[in-house]
Ligand binder design. Structure first.
Ligand code: RTP
Ligand code: MG
Length: 137
C-alpha cells in the first residue's frame, strides 16, 4: 500500500549537521522515495496549524519556540507503508526510550529536541501535507 507522509527535520537536526545522516536513512529504505524537499523557517501560523492538537498542553509553548528557533527541512516521503515505517525509523517521542538504530535513539536525549517529525496516521498525513505542501497533487 503506497502512502505519502510529512517528515520534518527539526531545528536541532539541522543545527547539528544531521540532515545528510537522516535523509540517507530514508533514502536507503527500499521502495521509498523523497518527492518534495525544502529548507524553511516556520512562522507562527504554520506551527499553530501543525501542532494545534497540543495547544493548552504544558509543552506546547516551548515546543513552538523550539520549532521556530531555526530552519527545518520539510520532506514528502512516499512509498510502501511509509506512515508506519517513518514512525518506526524515528522511534518513540522520548529519545531515551527509543531503541538504538532509530533516529531518536541514535542521536537524541531530550524529549523536545527529538530531531524528526513524522505524521502519525493517514488522516494526520493528509492534514499536514496540505499545511506544508499545499500545491501537492
Ligand atoms: P511529532 O509530532 O513531532 O512527530 O512527535 P510525536 O508524535 O512523537 O510526539 P507528540 O506527542 O505529537 O509531541 C510533539 C512534539 O512535542 C515535543 N514534546 N515535548 N513532555 C515534553 O516536554 C514534550 N512532549 C512532547 C516533542 O518534540 C514531540 O515530538
Ligand atoms: Mg505527533
Amino acid at each position: 500500500m503506497s502512502q505519502r507522509t510529512l517528515v520534518l527535520l527539526k531545528p536541532d537536526a539541522v543545527r547539528r549537521g544531521l540532515i545528510g545522516e537522516i535523509i540517507g536513512r530514508i533514502e536507503r529504505k527500499a521502495g521509498w522515495a523523497i518527492s518534495a524537499l525544502e529548507l524553511r523557517n516556520l512562522d507562527q501560523d504554520t506551527l499553530e496549524a501543525h501542532y494545534g492538537e497540543h495547544k493548552g498542553k504544558p509543552f506546547y509553548e516551548p515546543l513552538v519556540v523550539f520549532m521556530a528557533s531555526g530552519p527545518v527541512v520539510a520532506l514528502v516521503v512516499e512509498g510502501e507503508r511509509v506512515i508506519e515505517g517513518m514512525r518506526q525509523l524515528a522511534g518513540p517521542t522520548d529519545p531515551i526510550a527509543a531503541a538504538p538504530g532509530s533516529i531518536r535513539g541514535d542521536f537524541g536525549s531530550i524529549v523536545r529536541e527529538n530531531l524528526v517529525h513524522a505524521s502519525d496516521s493517514e488522516e494526520s498525513a493528509e492534514r499536514e501535507l496540505k499545511i506544508f505542501f499545499p500545491g501537492l497533487v
